[in-house]
Design a protein around this ligand. Structure first.
Ligand SMILES: Cc1cc2nc3c(=O)[nH]c(=O)nc-3n(C[C@H](O)[C@H](O)[C@H](O)COP(=O)(O)OP(=O)(O)OC[C@H]3O[C@@H](n4cnc5c(N)ncnc54)[C@H](O)[C@@H]3O)c2cc1C
Length: 462
């Protein structure tokens, strides 16, 4: 769909649907919706803030008849441009739909609207001894609708899985305005096509998610955290693969390389060992203390055998917090180190992790660009973050080459260009390289079948 200005008469009709106060048209308001977590500015023609599925349906019917793009948006923390109006049109801000509708401890489910902040879900569950496991680093800001639309992962994904693994049922509105639901509030459901999985990870291109039934688990009672230092990041990567190969299942298994470690220390002053080539952070959790202690002991042995210089266990909650604080601030610390940061999301099979880490370092050196790497390495997921200055044209050319080489390396190692941040428009140029023309054609057919006029989040990966 071409870039389409939203006319004054359309604005009036939108106001009639959601009320005057919920249609934002001033330049100051619209610029607030022009960005997500990546760096391209796309100012929408208007922002509309619906209260329920019925209003969303009416907005989408109007968009089809008047031919303007509609871009669903949660908190705008996405890292691939999914929630910005790259083809103009209206941003559909879903944060007013923020009710927790039901919490059922007997069936271990919670029903929520899409605009609920992820942490609010986790807190509500924790208050009655339950756990909502997906914990993206952005969870204190991101919405559950955005998490579902991106199939967000998190620090606990290695043991507990990603958002998709906690979806029982969803309600949504199709791009043409019809409401539908899929799944059931049961542990199993094969009634019809699995539209829950189709919507999960569809990045707001196939429908607007309006209600989500989430599966919960019991909160683990015991935890053991540790931090290991390694002289070299690739050796640390192999140590991570060794832990998983030994049959251990840490709840969290993260890597922080030396570049990232130094900027974190500069930012947060946590007393981190800045001369280490890399840090590996590990946590085990469970319902039985002896099991958790035993697993932690086996992990210490494995890390040592794999070349760790030091392994330090957290003796108390304060020490545990210090360890995880380092990981939580990694992206913020990298982002302030230089004016421009380009975050990648490459993910490789675990046996290739060490080679991929070495390759990242080679690509940085070869192109004379600074790359800090951190990530959910226990899932093979790395976030090499290129630190640059976009005012320096020569440097940005080298950055472009480095990005292409990072992606080519991940694919060469049978990996993926995105483990959790999605395609949006920033990764769209690389998608065919990974999935091939056949897949792209099938995705286009699905998109056309559900969205014949191409009004929902156009210009994103298909
Ligand atoms: C500091 C930081 C740390 C992060 N850490 C992680 C991490 O550990 N793991 C991870 O996976 N991601 C991470 N992210 C990326 C991001 O937070 C996630 O992708 C998150 O799921 C986006 O949620 P959001 O509410 O901000 O969605 P938005 O950015 O607003 O939207 C993301 C996509 O979802 C669509 N969308 C939003 N709501 C709906 C809806 N109701 N119906 C249909 N489509 C919808 C949008 O159109 C867009 O395509 C991180 C980001 C930051 C800035």
């Amino acid at each position: 769909m071409d870039k389409t200005a939203v006319s004054a008469s359309i604005i009036s009709e939108l106001r009639a649907i959601v009320g005057d106060a919920n249609v934002l048209t001033s330049a100051e308001d619209r610029i607030c919706y022009a960005y997500d977590g990546q760096r391209v500015e796309c100012v929408p023609d208007a922002v509309v803030r619906p209260a329920d599925a019925e209003q969303i349906s009416r907005i989408l019917i109007l968009a089809n008849s008047e031919s303007f793009p509609v871009v669903p948006r949660g908190a705008g923390t996405g890292l691939s441009g999914g929630s910005v109006a790259s083809s103009g049109g209206v941003v559909l801000d879903l944060t007013r739909m923020n009710r927790i509708i039901e919490l059922d401890p007997a069936n271990l489910h919670m029903i929520v609207e899409p605009g609920v902040i992820t942490t609010a879900i986790a807190d509500k569950a924790e208050a009655i001894g339950l756990l909502y496991p997906p914990d993206p680093g952005s969870m204190s800001v991101s919405t559950i609708g955005g998490n579902v639309a991106e199939n967000a992962g998190g620090l606990r994904a290695g043991k507990y899985g990603v958002t998709r693994n906690y979806l029982m049922q969803i309600q949504a509105v199709a791009p043409t305005g019809e409401a539908f639901q899929s799944g059931a509030r049961t542990r199993k459901c094969v009634a019809g096509y699995d539209l829950v999985s189709l919507m999960c990870g569809s990045e707001g291109t196939l429908g607007v998610i309006t209600e989500i039934s989430l599966r919960l688990v019991h909160m683990p009672k015991y935890r053991k955290s540790m931090m290991a230092t390694f002289p070299d990041a690739a050796v640390a990567g192999q140590a991570i693969a060794d832990i998983i190969a030994a049959g251990l299942v840490p709840s969290t298994l993260e890597i922080i390389d030396n570049v990232t470690l130094r900027v974190i220390e500069d930012y947060a002053h946590l007393g981190l060992p800045i001369d280490a080539g890399a840090l590996v952070l590990v946590e085990f959790d469970g319902l039985v203390e002896a099991v958790v202690v035993e697993e932690a002991g086996l992990a210490i042995r494995s890390l040592t055998d794999s070349g760790a210089a030091t392994v330090q266990q957290a003796d108390d909650a304060a020490e545990r917090d210090r360890i995880w604080q380092a990981r939580r601030v990694a992206l913020a610390a990298l982002s302030r180190a230089r004016p421009t940061s380009i975050l990648e999301d490459v993910t490789v099979p675990l046996p290739k992790l060490a080679e991929m880490i070495a390759k990242v370092q080679q690509i940085g050196a070869k192109n004379s660009v600074m790359i800090g790497t951190f990530g959910h390495a226990g899932d093979g997921n790395l976030h090499p973050t290129i630190l640059a200055d976009e005012r320096d044209e020569d440097e940005m050319k080298r950055v472009e080459v480095a990005v292409e080489e990072l992606i080519a390396a991940a694919l060469e190692f049978d990996g993926t260009i995105s483990g959790e941040h999605g395609i949006g428009f920033s990764k769209a140029p690389f998608l065919t390289q990974e999935v091939g023309d056949g897949s792209i054609e099938v995705m286009k057919r699905i998109k056309r079948a559900l969205d014949p006029n191409g009004i929902l989040n156009p210009g994103k990966f298909v």
